[in-house]
Ligand binder design. Structure first.
Ligand code: FES
Length: 179
C-alpha cells in the first residue's frame, strides 16, 4: 500500500506518540509550569498586597537618629525598620527616607520611591534636586515634580522630635497605583 507523505507522517506521529501519552505530557507541562509560576510569583504578590489585605499597622513612629546628628539645611538618607516587619524578612525589614533639617526643631522627610514606577530617587546636593535614574524623573528640593514622567510630588512622611530623637511616621511603601 502506497501512502502519501502526509498520511505517512500522520501514521508515524500516531505510532511515535500515542494520544494518551501526548495528553499526559501536555497536562504535566501545564501543571509544572503553573507550580513554578506560583513559587516565584506568590511571595512577590504577597509582599505587595499583603499589607493592604492584612491592614498595615497604624501610628508607627520610627526613630532615625539624634537631632544633633543632622545639620540645618542638609538632606540625608536615613534608615529605619519598616512599619510591617516580618519575622523572616532579615535585612529587608529595613527601609529608608530622605530627611532634611529645616531649622532647630523642624524636619521634612521624603519617600525614597519615585512616584512614576517606584524606583529609588537620590538627592543631588549640588543641584538641589531629587533625581530618578530609571526614566529621568526629576523633583525639586520641596519634592514637587521638575521634569520627566512622575505624575505627582514625592510623598512626604510626618516627622516629630521626642526626647532628642527625630522620628518618622512610617507607612507602607507608597507604590504608584496602590494608594
Ligand atoms: Fe522614576 Fe520612572 S520610576 S521616572
Amino acid at each position: 500500500m502506497n501512502l502519501s507523505t502526509e498520511e505517512f507522517e500522520e501514521q508515524y506521529e500516531r505510532q511515535a506518540s500515542p494520544p494518551g501519552r501526548r495528553t499526559f505530557l501536555i497536562v504535566l507541562s501545564l501543571v509544572l509550569g503553573a507550580f513554578c509560576s506560583a513559587i516565584v510569583g506568590l511571595p512577590i504578590v504577597g509582599s505587595l498586597i499583603g499589607p493592604r489585605l492584612l491592614g498595615a499597622p497604624k501610628d508607627v513612629w520610627r526613630p532615625v537618629g539624634k537631632t544633633g546628628a543632622f545639620k540645618v539645611g542638609e538632606t540625608v538618607e536615613v534608615v529605619y525598620i519598616n512599619p510591617d516587619p516580618l519575622s523572616w524578612a532579615g535585612v529587608t525589614d529595613k527601609t529608608g527616607a530622605w530627611l532634611r533639617r529645616d531649622d532647630a526643631t523642624h524636619f521634612t522627610a521624603f519617600s525614597l520611591n519615585c512616584q512614576h514606577l517606584g524606583c529609588p530617587v537620590r538627592w543631588e546636593a549640588g543641584a538641589e534636586l531629587f533625581m530618578c535614574p530609571c526614566h529621568g524623573g526629576i523633583y525639586y528640593a520641596d519634592g514637587t515634580v521638575a521634569a520627566g514622567p512622575p505624575p505627582r510630588a514625592l510623598q512626604r512622611y510626618p516627622t516629630r522630635v521626642r526626647d532628642g530623637q527625630v522620628e518618622i511616621h512610617t507607612s507602607p511603601i507608597p507604590l504608584p497605583g496602590f494608594e
